[in-house]
Design a protein around this ligand. Structure first.
Ligand code: RP5
Length: 168
């Protein structure tokens, strides 16, 4: 249901959280390493095959001049979520701008830089799929309910051995 594509093998460790999130929702996914810059023809071929195989949402992750999500969005009419990765001197800001500054008509849903964005790409894919899949919708609601139980009202950080709040 979800195809995760990244620009380099070096991107895979950051995407671990994305794969784990998709697994918690029991969403079928596959991952591929295809660079938009280095292997444009392979990318075109893969997107065609993935659509034929029933992929409904694409997640594309890349660093530096991250064109993979945008190029992928030019090749499909299905939703594309772009994950900007921290690839070097600009700390991922380069990739973030590349992912979110798409021209009108070629949308990419940009998430945060790095592992937080990778996880949210999984959650967002689940929410998109949930619109047409009651089983996934149930999982999304279960996750939200479980997350809401983690609030800790009126804690005393001193009892946890945490440092005193700044300014005290
Ligand atoms: C991007 O360039 C990749 O997504 C990766 O984040 C970055 C560096 O790629 P490698 O030199 O590690 O292959 O296209």
């Amino acid at each position: 249901m979800v195809a995760v594509v990244c620009g380099s093998r070096s991107d895979l460790p950051t995407l671990r959280g994305c794969f784990d999130v998709l697994d918690t929702y029991d969403i079928a996914w596959e991952a591929s390493v295809i660079s938009a810059h280095r292997q444009p023809e392979a990318l075109r071929q893969y997107v065609m095959e993935a659509e034929g195989a029933g992929v409904r949402v694409f997640i594309a992750a890349a660093g530096l001049a991250a064109h993979l999500p945008g190029v992928l969005a030019s090749l499909t009419g299905r939703p594309v979520i772009g994950v900007p990765l921290d690839g070097g001197a600009l700390g991922g800001a380069d990739a973030l701008y590349s992912v979110v500054q798409m021209p009108p008509g070629v949308p990419v849903a940009g998430v945060a830089i790095g592992s937080a964005g990778a996880k949210n790409a999984g959650h967002l894919a689940a929410r998109i799929l949930a619109l047409g899949e009651p089983a996934i919708a149930k999982q999304v609601e279960a996750f939200r309910a479980e997350q809401a139980t983690r609030a800790e009202p009126r804690i005393d950080p001193r009892a946890d051995g945490a440092p005193a709040a700044a300014g005290r």
